[in-house]
Design a protein around this ligand. Structure first.
Ligand code: K1U
Ligand code: ZN
Length: 182
């Protein structure tokens, strides 16, 4: 199994958070369907902290529990410039999709690989926050892309699954070549 980075735990922090290893394609755990969260106790709270810590350390805009090998339906996102506006989505559901947009995507689990992906332009998403309260929002642009990308992770899908066979094979050939030469 290949990982991006090493596991670290900040033992000096009052609320210990950990930078956890991110699973790298083709790790089979990336294909597992995550399960709904029912308990908002310490286990899921630690998972949320670790997701945020790992996402910030990796300079990502989002990160799903699946990418840490965890099977809870949780992802985090922060699109703010100062990285001080974390958003937590638990058991997220997209219940409305409007229009189409094409944007270049990357993935922390397929480092260095980028390709244009077509997704819904605007989405209406409902999720639970970290205290179990239901929240709803409309998202568009990059935010809508990020939410769709992360929700895909929770369903065991990757952005490369949205590409044509030709584009996917070309991207994976370059990805494998870079990793074997590194
Ligand atoms: O889930 C992940 O692998 C994180 C991924 C989420 C994502 C956000 C937006 C578009 C596609 C994918 C990333 O954070 S990719 C890295 C990134 O920082 C980035 C991606 C697109 C534009 C700007 C930055
Ligand atoms: Zn990803």
């Amino acid at each position: 199994m290949l990982y991006r980075g090493k596991a670290k735990r900040n033992v000096h922090h009052s609320n210990p958070m950990a930078i956890r290893p991110i699973l790298i394609y083709p790790d089979p755990h990336l294909r597992i369907q995550a399960q709904p969260v029912a308990d908002f106790g310490p286990t899921v709270q630690i998972l949320i902290e670790d997701l945020l810590e790992t996402m910030y350390a990796a300079d990502g805009l989002g990160l799903a529990a699946t990418q840490l090998g965890d099977q809870n339906r949780v992802f985090v996102m922060d699109l703010s410039d100062l990285k001080q506006e974390p958003q937590v989505f638990i058991n997220p559901v997209i219940f409305s999709r409007v229009g189409r947009q094409k944007r270049q995507e990357g993935c922390l689990s397929i480092p260095g690989a980028y390709e244009d992906v077509v997704r819904a332009a605007r989405i209406h998403v409902r999720a639970l926050d970290r205290s179990g309260q239901s929240v709803e929002k409309w998202a568009e642009g990059l935010e809508a892309v990020c939410i769709q990308h992360e929700l895909d992770h929770l369903d065991g899908r990757l952005f490369i699954d949205h590409l044509s066979v030709l584009k996917r094979e070309r991207l994976l050939k370059r990805f494998r070549a870079k990793r074997t030469s590194a």
